[in-house]
Design a protein around this ligand. Sequence first.
Ligand code: MRU
Length: 344
Amino acid sequence: MKSVQWHDTHITILNQQALPHKTEYLELKNIKDVWDAIVTLKVRGAPAIGMTAAYGLALAAKSYETNDLAQFHAELKRDRDYLASSRPTAVNLFWALDRLMKSVAQAKSVNEAKTTLIHEAICIQVEDEDVCRRIGEHALSLFQDGDRIMTICNAGAIATARYGTALAPFHLAKEKGMTLHAYACETRPVLQGARLTAWELSQAGVDVTLITDNMAAQTMKAKHISAVIVGADRIAANGDTANKIGTFGLAILAKAFRIPFYVAAPLSTIDLQTKTGDDIPIEERAKEEVTHIGGVRIAPDVNVYNPAFDVTPHELITGIITEKGIIFGDYATKLPTLFEEVFA
Ligand code: MRU
């Protein structure tokens, strides 16, 4: 099941807002459709946002009428900035858009640039599948057959090209005939854990138990949870990690129960330009996400604080699992080394 797909005239996305009730694909025909789909969480999850935005920029560029390269670059920059304004926290969005911009910096003609953008966007998606599989392999090396592992939000196949990041070990364990039990926190307010992770893992035949977010401590104790694994939206240079709201609380609980707390993410989620978690912009979303469930009001019309993400301080993170391997502690020194080959 692909969350995002390029077709020459449009992009299709799996509508993640309709899940689990309906498996529905939407056609995005122009840049406004792409922006809306990202803002309204029809496509969500850091790598999937990046892939969709990349395809969105390639699609927009395809429609430019100019043959003048300078004019082409001006229009491209305008559309890059528009897509970049959709969501602030997941750095994969900016990473993917900037990768596309760089890919055409030396283009000799408008036609060449248009083709290059499509090619680069496709490469991002193809690479992400391989990256997620590697993350899954590394993550799996940390777990034993029969382990009970807690997660939050959806860092799964539908949030990436395939496999996911934090959910990759569950998918790979299934492929290899090993049993990992997933404990999925429902993830209020938007319920990515209940609607998406519970759906994705059960579809894949992975054993998954759903809990509400406030059941995490009791579940860790009663069910002997052996580890927590989460995805990430942005990892700062010192290892501080922004991920779905509720992640920070799980990290504190993991420390209290002396169980490991892992972050699984691709290099495209590591932002060495952002020094610490305090520098990560945290998206605040509409109050209706908190006051309503499924369109039904559950609270009076009072003030609401609705941060979509929180930042887990690096000292609470046992290890960061990337496609290049796992790093344990001293992130400020070790994170830059992951990029050395790329910059060589
Ligand atoms: O608001 P969302 O649903 O886009 O938030 C998603 C998350 O926080 C994920 O854990 C993260 O993007 C990693 S997805 C592989």
